[in-house]
Ligand binder design. Structure first.
Ligand SMILES: [Fe+2]
Length: 291
């Protein structure tokens, strides 16, 4: 008679949603930021590419700078069955005083966030706020035998910025904490895929604001499994930013961000590392990784 050793069961907190094994391609997007026009355009892309809402994941910050908080929440819930909690969902859902982006007090980001946050909080219904509170902080799944965690910022801090230029050690540590082969992150607003010594860090970018590259393009991504591996691919979202910018102006939202929608340049670079600051205004060439 052999002794029965209980199998190691990974501890999943109530804040983690496990999707199990995914065999179909996945579409990932971040940061709708109350940009209803961009979110609707993404809905068209999702349909055109034949994705079911079950195979779409949003990395959070559904509501932020732009004009249509409530309608954007409704549209994101229609498009995407899975949404990770962003710092904006945490703050608005829990009725906190600010967006929790981690901006320094008195900085330009801080002053601008005060303007949109109050308007967004007022525009959202109780049901939308309850939905925000209910969101998982981590979504896990397996694809082609590799384990993934989708988070907003960092494993332990929802508003941790992780940029391409940040040391690999930092990303490797996050993978370790989460116990996965790859992380899909959001929050920083810039699309990138990085092969690490062991594993991958992927950020789909955001659909609601341009990537500071001097073009009005915004970004989403797809992960496609095949016999050769998983293909990570960024895509520019095809949408007209003019109505989104006009709508912000009409509602008295920060002009600085309405301008960003059109010229593709962030109003300030407080949160950016030196390396990302240097490429301001340089159009992004989307890269593909086969892993
Ligand atoms: Fe965020």
């Amino acid at each position: 008679v052999s002794s029965v050793v209980p199998a190691a069961v990974p501890v999943k907190s109530e804040n983690t949603l496990d999707l199990g094994i995914l065999e179909a391609p996945l579409l990932v997007f971040g940061g709708p930021y109350s940009n209803l026009q961009a979110t609707r355009a993404l809905g068209v892309e999702v349909q055109r590419r034949g994705f079911d809402p079950e195979n779409v994941i949003c990395t959070g910050d559904v509501v932020a700078y732009c004009a249509d908080a409530q309608a954007t929440v409704d549209e994101v819930r229609r498009i995407s069955a899975h949404v990770v909690m962003g710092n904006c969902e945490e703050s608005l859902g829990l009725e906190q005083d600010d967006c929790g982006c981690g901006f320094e007090e008195g900085s330009a980001c801080d002053l601008l966030s005060v303007q949109w946050y109050a308007k967004a909080s007022k525009a959202l219904g109780n049901e939308a706020k309850a939905w925000m509170r209910s969101l998982p902080r981590t979504i896990t799944f397996e694809m082609s035998g590799r384990s993934f965690a989708v988070i907003h910022g960092g494993a332990q801090s929802i508003s941790k910025f992780v940029f391409l230029s940040d040391e690999e050690r930092v990303k490797q540590e996050e993978l370790g904490v989460l116990g996965v082969d790859a992380v899909i992150g959001g929050h920083c607003g810039l699309p990138f895929t990085q092969r690490l010594a062991t594993g991958v860090w992927h950020n789909a970018g955001v659909i609601g604001m341009p990537a500071n590259d001097g073009t009005p393009r915004t970004w989403f991504s797809t992960l496609t499994p095949s016999s050769e591996g998983i293909r990570f691919q960024h895509h520019a979202l095809d949408y007209d930013p003019i109505p989104a910018a006009r709508s912000m102006e009409r509602k008295g939202l920060p002009e600085a961000y309405a301008k960003t929608l059109l010229d593709g340049l962030w109003p300030n670079m407080d949160v950016l590392p030196e390396s990302e600051r240097r490429v301001r205004g340089t159009p992004i060439t989307p890269n593909t990784l086969l892993w």
